[in-house]
Design a protein around this ligand. Structure first.
Ligand code: SAM
Length: 327
């Protein structure tokens, strides 16, 4: 039976990672980053390996010609092996953004950003899956920056980007610390949800809680806005209860002062294991002198993303809204 390109790459990543995991005594995800780096550098970087393993790895890598694969094939295969590794051990807040959400975000980013070239930031880049889905979809000249506090996830993101030859600049740091980046035209993020433990850093933010820990997802929104050009767009995957929490009052005031809400797209609840974990895509525009608010924000309850007929209707609705509100 013939294997698909994604299956071929999956097998290569998986089998070489398993061998590295065993011999280096590391986790599967760490081994995955190592094998991806070997493949990209076209060499065996781990000096401590036995000669037998080095030779075996070399043979496996030589059996694949990366340039013959499309970016999306590489991304999907890498995504599948990461998912396998994440089953071993990953906190819910560090999970990869699923493809269906990535594709939807990519579509929205492409509709709102019409310029031939622009700069985009993902301040919670994780494995890079969401950012790479967007970059592969857009296919135009985009300068991208990805930031994450988790050194293993960002290493996977960097390998993922290298294998797809997507020139992303990565920073391994707390995104709520000062960022040394140029202002961007667009921000995308699957926000980490919950309390931010660093109360001292939180005092730099208008959205800090009056008592106790602040919400990381609120501070992420404020930090993203600071680094967005006036008139730039921001797309966040947020919990459905974002505007109902006990800290929502400040968020409302902050949005009123700095942003225009473009839309809120509720994702279907059946996408999430638990109803309370359901999420929406919040679309915002940073205020600027010449920018007017939309006549009406786009409020949508998305159908099941696999229901093509219903999704087509939804896309027509979004297109109509864009024509009426964005010209
Ligand atoms: N979009 C990512 C992907 O496709 O892999 C997944 C994002 S995941 C839901 C949220 C990410 O936020 C995690 O990778 C986590 O390490 C990161 N994160 C949490 N707190 C952070 C902080 N203070 N600074 C930077 N990154 C942080």
């Amino acid at each position: 039976m013939q294997t698909t390109p994604v299956e071929q790459l999956y097998t290569l990543f998986n089998e070489t990672a398993l061998r590295l995991q065993e011999e280096l005594g590391c986790s599967y995800l760490e081994a995955l980053a190592e094998t991806g780096e070997n493949l990209f550098q076209d060499t065996i970087l781990q000096e401590e390996l036995s000669e037998l393993t080095s030779k075996w790895l070399k043979k496996q890598y030589e059996s694949i010609h990366l340039h013959q694969f499309k970016n999306e094939e590489i991304r999907k295969a890498f995504q599948l092996v990461i998912l396998k590794g994440m089953k071993e051990s990953v906190q819910p807040n560090h999970q990869m953004t699923p493809d269906s959400i990535g594709m939807l975000m990519a579509y929205l980013v492409s509709k709102f950003n019409k310029e031939p070239a622009f700069r985009i930031l993902d301040p919670a880049v994780g494995t890079g899956n969401l950012l790479l889905t967007v970059l592969n979809f857009i296919g135009k000249q985009v300068e991208a920056v990805g930031i994450d506090i988790d050194d293993l996830l960002i290493k996977l993101a960097y390998v993922n980007a290298n294998l797809q030859e997507q020139p992303i600049r990565f920073f391994n740091q707390d995104s709520l610390d000062p960022l040394f980046i140029d202002p961007v035209d667009a921000v995308i993020a699957d926000l980490p949800v919950g309390y931010y433990p660093n109360d001292i850093r939180a005092t730099d933010y208008q959205l800090k809680a009056d008592h106790g820990h602040s919400y990381a997802h609120h501070l992420f929104i404020e930090q993203s806005v600071r680094h967005t050009k006036p008139g730039g767009f921001l797309f966040f995957l947020v919990p459905n209860g974002l505007f109902e929490s006990e800290q929502a009052g400040k968020l409302h005031d902050y949005i009123k002062e700095h942003l225009y809400i473009q839309g809120l797209l509720h994702l279907p609840e059946n996408m999430f294991k638990q109803k309370h974990a359901a999420k929406s895509i919040l679309m915002l525009q940073k205020k600027a002198d010449q920018i007017k608010p939309p006549k009406q924000a786009l409020l949508v309850d998305l159908p099941s993303l696999s229901n093509k007929t219903e999704m087509d209707k939804m896309f027509s609705k979004i297109e109509k809204w864009l024509q009426e509100n964005k010209g």
